[in-house]
Design a protein around this ligand. Structure first.
Ligand code: SF4
Length: 371
């Protein structure tokens, strides 16, 4: 971790080329030339939380939509037609609209069309995750947003998300429930980027040690313009060059972890980063529930405004253009890298509760008795 902090320091910045070369070498060694492509599919923008930086925040006056499960299936069919076999189902946190039965129904409908389904929802209890894993969800993604507790308190002023520790433990509850893949991240722009990066890396190391049977991915999303017009303080900005430095340093620290790059980033930066350490990329994304249907595929333009989007993406290229770009760089775009047949039937894990003491945050969660 000390070496990682040194690699993030201003003193390491002049050595960026060397750092990038090492990162590229390690990535090719562990992942070959592959880049997995996925699409986020927004189920609902209803949310009970107040997060000052998010377009879905409770007080923002946007049209609120929760897609009926049949409509989710339609959107999945569209995405499958564009090549995707890996989806991230995303929803705001609303116990009335985004309940477990609804999510399970969506997974059931999506799976025949796309065999790899991950979830990005409001955090749940382990017992609530178990049926979602049983029905076929493969991955769980939850970003801490900021690891700096005072900033977290300042930015999350209402709703269950106010509970920092509950969110921090989500990945471990997901692991206990049997998710094959866990995704974590920080939203860069909310606090000092180096402190966020070091905390994120420490969290990743902790999960690699304690949730070793799940595969770990790490994301480095940066703030994008959204409804609510949250202003990033200049001191918290993560510049493009620093973003490269961060991603390459993270690869050196975590050689086997997946690194996710979304369409929040502009095309030119994505084209550069994809050769250096990235393993997973989204493409052709919409961040509004129902947004994929409101698209003219022949022109690749939205057929209407998308006022209910979470944020506006920066790389608006169609997925096939992104795949062609990857090929041109000698990389292999992978649309499908998992099938339920590979993981076989899942057993429901047995649990015991471990009581945490103040400095036992590592054990502050449900742990499986056997795996
Ligand atoms: S960040 Fe998540 S929890 Fe917060 S308002 Fe947006 S959707 Fe809701």
């Amino acid at each position: 971790m000390e070496d990682f902090a040194a690699l993030l320091s201003p003193a390491a910045a002049p050595h960026l080329e060397e750092l990038a070369a090492q990162s590229q070498k390690l990535t090719r060694h562990f992942f070959g030339n592959t880049i997995r492509l996925f699409a986020p599919l927004y189920l609902s923008n209803e949310c009970v939380n107040v997060c000052k930086y998010c377009g879905f925040s409770r007080h923002n006056a946007i049209p609120r939509i929760t897609l009926p499960a049949a409509k989710v299936e339609d959107e999945t069919r569209l995405l499958a037609g564009r090549g995707f076999r890996s989806l991230l189902l995303v929803a705001g946190e609303h116990p009335k609209y985004v309940a477990n039965g609804y999510v399970a129904d969506c997974i059931r409908r999506c799976l025949p069309l796309t065999p790899q389904i991950a979830l990005e929802l409001g955090p749940l209890e382990t017992e609530e995750y178990v049926p979602l894993v049983a029905v076929g969800a493969e991955g769980l993604v939850v970003y801490q947003e900021t690891y700096h507790e005072p900033t977290y308190r300042e930015l999350h002023t209402a709703g269950p998300k106010k509970n920092y520790a509950w969110r921090l433990d989500t990945a471990e509850r997901g692991h206990a429930a049997g998710f094959r893949r866990l995704g974590i991240g920080a939203l860069f722009g909310l606090h000092d980027w180096r402190l966020e990066a070091i905390s994120l890396a420490a969290h990743a190391k902790h999960l690699l040690k304690n949730c070793w049977s799940s595969y770990l991915t790490v994301a480095l999303p940066r703030m994008r313009p959204a409804s609510g017009h949250f202003q990033i303080e200049a001191k918290n900005e993560l510049a493009d060059r620093e973003m490269v430095q961060l991603m390459c340093a993270l690869r050196l620290l975590l050689p086997t972890a997946g690194i996710v790059l979304s369409t929040r980033e502009p095309a030119n930066l994505r084209d550069g980063l994809c050769t250096l350490g990235v393993t997973h990329m989204s493409a052709g994304s919409s961040t509004e529930p129902g947004g994929y249907s409101a698209f003219d595929e022949s022109q690749w333009t939205p057929t209407r405004e998308q006022p209910g989007e979470q944020f506006h993406i920066a790389d608006e290229r169609p997925p096939q253009v992104v795949a062609a770009m990857l090929k041109q760089k000698g990389l292999d775009p992978v649309w499908k890298d998992h099938d339920r047949a590979l993981s076989g039937p899942r057993e429901t894990p047995a649990f015991e509760t471990i009581t945490a003491t103040a400095d036992e945050s590592a054990a502050r969660t449900w742990m499986p008795q056997s795996r």
